[in-house]
Structure formats: structure tokens, C-alpha cells
Design a protein around this ligand. Structure first.
Ligand SMILES: Cc1cc2nc3c(=O)[nH]c(=O)nc-3n(C[C@H](O)[C@H](O)[C@H](O)COP(=O)(O)OP(=O)(O)OC[C@H]3O[C@@H](n4cnc5c(N)ncnc54)[C@H](O)[C@@H]3O)c2cc1C
Length: 462
């Protein structure tokens, strides 16, 4: 593509900013990033409290976050944040150690079985499911893998046939059952469900395993994780500062029209002309949201195929509260509450995070899900109250809520649409209307998968 191509990028989160970085590295100068808010980072939002930054959105990374590492190198920063520590509580607020055989004599047979299944699962993923961990979802529903290997920072192009990959369209619980490894869900659930990515009876295994490939999941188990002292938002603020064309904040896009090989974007009342557009903002939002966010189909001259495909997207209702506590009520460390990670306990506190171990004058953050499959949402205020009540049960009551949001989180499609080739149909549309689709839906809702997808998009099409 001509290096002078004028490219509009919608969204100044990890996907949009890294698209800018990779385009720039390839010699493109005419890119413009439009961000609707007055800050960059999207779901990486790290406000300040008592002089330190806490996390309302993304918290951590793992050593295989190669795209995030590219950004760190581009900006000359590193992951310098506080070490993560966590323990477990049951639904009654008692500290438990579910994986410690000596503390769970009755559970020893189950724990031994789980250990065996873990080993078997690791082998299955390497053999029967070869290609499962390639970034993005191209070919999976057709039993192929195609993309860039996640095995090393070099990201070599890989492709091949593997009919077994079609199994990844199944919900993760069914996938585990058919492979005789049901108990591995006890391990995967921590960094999956409590992190807001939904329940294993509704989410296709492809999403679970592309995010939590075996190595990544083991990094979570061993707490071999990265954090950033100034928050994950700092990564993207730094990137924005280092880009030749930083994001234009407070850009309200009213209309996008694509005709005669050009893209006309009406932003803050003015029409701007581009040659191509990359959308990293939500493609479709099925309901009206309090924060006013809408999907791309609402302000683009969306075509029939775009509407038909994007209307299949659902997302998680994931709520975060930042709470003050009295010093004597401050938790020792962060806690997982496994009892609350089941659909029957929808709206309850699943995990809470103490970021700073050296002080008790900082906030803790709490996390809850409000929707399961196509069932009704738990009302926001009701969920908020349930979480505050749960903190009391956990013996860490909040004295005040200083910040809160309900996030448009982890857009995805369900098994039926995944198996019907949703991803291959959208991939076939890349570039068709001078439009490219990136961001969370195209890979997975974490910082690295989205940035990595932007890297690949630039590599493949620009
Ligand atoms: C509570 C929470 C915890 C998380 N924990 C982790 C974690 O520990 N590790 C991890 O890797 N990831 C984590 N994530 C996920 C991670 O933050 C996201 O996957 C990542 O930010 C996605 O990047 P994105 O650019 O695709 O989307 P976003 O971050 O959502 O960015 C999209 C941007 O587009 C903008 N936008 C939307 N509509 C428009 C429009 N019409 N015009 C212009 N701009 C628009 C938005 O304002 C936003 O800035 C977490 C997220 C949350 C909320």
C-alpha cells in the first residue's frame, strides 16, 4: 500500500494506539487516531488516589506479552509495578487454600486427579490441538490455523490443517468434558471468570485458550506477572506521547460515509477525508448504555453484511468499584472468592485487589459480573449493593466508594456463530469497504491480544 495513504483509526485504546505505532514503524505518516474521551488507554484506566495510581481497568501482563513489550521498547519504559499477591476465601469469608493437599485432606483424590488432568491437557494442546494458540481466530471453525506463532517474540508466520481445532468452537466446559479433563477448569477459572470473561458453559474454548494458552495459565498459577507502577494506562499514555501523530482527544464522530474509494468522517461537526479506516471501537452494542457508547453500525453507513455479522456480538457486563476501607478493615492481600464464580451467584464479588502492600491508605478494587448467557442482567445498583455486602462478609468492609464503572467488556460471539464461521466471514470483509476491523472482538479482550492483532493487521494489509 502507498505509504502516503491517509488512515483514520477509531479509538485511542491499546488496539488503536498500537496500530498507529506499527503503521509508523512501517513508514506510514498519514494516520490519525480519533479518541472520543479526554484521555487515551480505553479500558486501561489508572486514576490517582493519595498520590498513587490504582487500576480501574487492566492490571497485569505476562512475560509472553510480546506486543506490549514492543510498546515498552518503543517508549523506553518497563513493567515496574508492585508484585501481585493473592489468596482465597470461601463465600463465608473464611481464608482457604483450595490447592494445598495438607489443608484439604478430603479433597486429596480430586487434587491428584486434577494434577494428572493438567499434565494430559498440556500434552493434548501441543499435539491434538496443534495451532490452538495462534493469535486471532482465522480458520479455527474450518479446522485450520493461520497467523503468527505465539511461541516466541519473533512471531513466525504459521499455518496448517488441523480438523481437531473445530472442537474449540464448543463452550469450554464441553470441550474439557469431551477431552476427559474437566478438572482443569478449577485452575483456568481464576484468571478467566473472575477477570470478567464469562462462564465456561457459555464461552467458546477458543477464547479461553487463546488468552490462557498453557504457558500463560501457568504464569498466572506461579504469579509470574507484570504490573506497572503508574498503571497500565501509563503504557498507552507513553505510547501516545512517542507517536508522531498522537491521538486527537474529545473527537466526537457523528458520521462515517464510505464512497468512491474514500472515507468521509464527520468529527466535531467537520468532514475529514481519508483513504482507509481502522475501527478499534465497539462494532455493535446490543443495548443502550449509561456511558453513551454506541457501536460502529450506529454511526457508519453500515452495509448489510456488516450489520448481519456484527449483530451477533454480545459482551460482558463487568463492574468495578474502587473502595476506601478503614485501616483495620484493609485486606491483607488480594482475594479470589471461587464460590461466587458460578452463574447462580451472578452479581456477587468474585475477586478484590489490594495493589499496594506497603500502605493502607490506598483503595481496593472489586469485580463482579452481571450477566450470564441470554438471561436477564442483574441491575447495576443491585449488583453494587451485593458487592458491598459481600465485602462485609469477607471482613473487609468498604467505608466509601470513590470510583466505579460498568464496562463494555470482552465482546465475543457464542458457540453457534463461532462454529458457523463468524470470524472467517469478518476476516474476508477486511478492507472490503476501505475498512479494517481490529480491537478486542477480533482476538481477545486483553491488552496484548488486541495490540498483537493490530500488529498483524498492519503486517497483512498495509
Ligand atoms: C476491569 C478490567 C480489568 C482488566 N484486566 C486486564 C489485565 O489484567 N490484563 C490485560 O491484558 N487486560 C485486561 N483488561 C482488558 C484490556 O484493558 C482490554 O482488552 C484492552 O484495553 C482492549 O483494548 P482496545 O483498544 O481493543 O479497546 P479499549 O481499551 O476499549 O479502547 C477502545 C477505545 O475506543 C474509544 N472509543 C469508543 N468508541 C469510540 C468512538 N465512537 N469514537 C472514538 N473513540 C471511541 C474508547 O473511548 C477507548 O478509548 C481489563 C479490562 C478491564 C475493564
Amino acid at each position: 500500500m502507498d505509504r502516503n495513504t491517509r488512515i483514520c483509526i477509531v479509538g485511542g485504546g491499546p488496539a488503536g494506539l498500537s496500530a498507529g505505532m506499527y503503521l509508523e514503524e512501517k513508514g506510514y505518516k498519514n494516520y490519525t487516531i480519533l479518541e472520543r474521551l479526554d484521555r487515551v488507554g480505553g479500558k486501561c484506566w489508572s486514576p490517582t488516589y493519595n498520590g498513587r495510581r490504582y487500576e480501574m481497568g487492566a492490571i497485569m501482563g505476562v512475560p509472553s506479552y510480546y506486543a506490549v513489550h514492543d510498546v515498552e521498547e518503543f517508549c523506553g519504559i518497563t513493567h515496574d509495578g508492585p508484585k501481585l499477591n493473592r489468596n482465597y476465601k470461601n463465600g463465608a469469608g473464611k481464608v482457604i487454600e483450595p490447592f494445598e493437599p495438607k489443608k484439604n485432606l478430603l479433597k486429596i483424590p480430586r487434587l491428584l486427579k486434577m494434577k494428572k488432568q493438567m499434565k494430559r491437557f498440556g500434552e493434548l494442546l501441543e499435539t491434538k490441538y496443534k495451532g490452538y494458540d495462534v493469535n486471532g481466530h482465522r480458520g479455527v471453525a474450518e479446522g485450520r490455523y493461520e497467523g503468527f506463532s505465539a511461541a516466541s517474540a519473533k512471531r513466525q508466520p504459521v499455518s496448517g490443517e488441523n480438523p481437531n481445532l473445530k472442537d474449540l468452537c464448543l463452550p469450554f466446559n464441553q470441550f474439557c468434558k469431551m477431552n476427559g479433563v474437566e478438572l482443569v477448569q478449577d485452575i483456568w477459572i481464576g484468571p478467566f471468570t473472575s477477570f470478567g470473561y464469562g462462564y465456561f458453559d457459555e464461552i467458546p474454548a477458543a477464547y479461553v485458550l487463546k488468552y490462557l494458552d498453557f504457558q500463560t495459565c501457568m504464569n498466572f498459577v506461579k504469579i509470574n506477572l507484570w504490573t506497572w507502577k503508574n498503571g497500565t494506562q501509563y503504557i498507552w499514555e507513553q505510547l501516545n506521547e512517542h507517536l508522531a501523530n498522537p491521538a486527537r482527544l474529545n473527537s466526537k464522530i457523528e458520521k462515517v460515509e464510505r464512497r468512491d474509494g474514500k472515507v468521509y468522517v464527520t468529527v466535531n461537526g467537520e468532514v475529514e477525508e481519508y483513504d482507509k479506516i481502522i475501527v478499534t471501537a465497539p462494532l455493535y452494542i446490543p443495548n443502550k448504555r449509561r456511558d453513551g457508547q454506541v457501536g460502529m453500525v450506529d454511526y457508519f453507513d453500515a452495509r448489510e453484511d456488516e450489520r448481519a455479522l456484527f449483530s451477533k456480538i454480545d459482551y460482558e457486563r463487568y463492574d468495578v468499584l474502587a473502595c476506601e476501607t478503614k485501616p483495620e478493615d484493609h485486606p491483607e492481600i488480594s482475594y479470589y472468592v471461587f464460590d461466587n464464580m458460578v452463574p447462580e451467584r451472578l452479581g456477587h464479588l468474585m475477586v478484590y485487589y489490594r495493589r499496594w502492600r506497603d500502605t493502607k491508605d490506598q483503595v481496593i478494587t472489586t469485580y463482579a459480573l452481571r450477566k450470564h448467557k441470554d438471561g436477564p442482567e442483574v441491575d447495576y445498583d443491585k449488583c453494587r449493593q451485593m458487592v458491598l455486602d459481600d465485602l462485609k462478609i469477607m471482613h473487609n468492609p468498604a467505608s466509601n466508594v470513590v470510583n466505579e464503572w460498568s464496562v463494555y467488556y470482552f465482546p465475543h460471539v457464542f458457540s453457534e456463530d463461532y462454529a458457523a464461521g463468524w470470524y472467517d466471514k469478518v476476516e474476508a470483509m477486511q478492507g472490503k469497504y476501505d475498512t479494517f476491523y481490529a480491537g478486542e472482538i477480533m482476538s481477545f479482550g486483553d491488552m496484548d491480544e488486541t495490540a498483537e492483532y493490530s500488529r498483524e493487521l498492519v503486517e497483512r494489509f498495509f
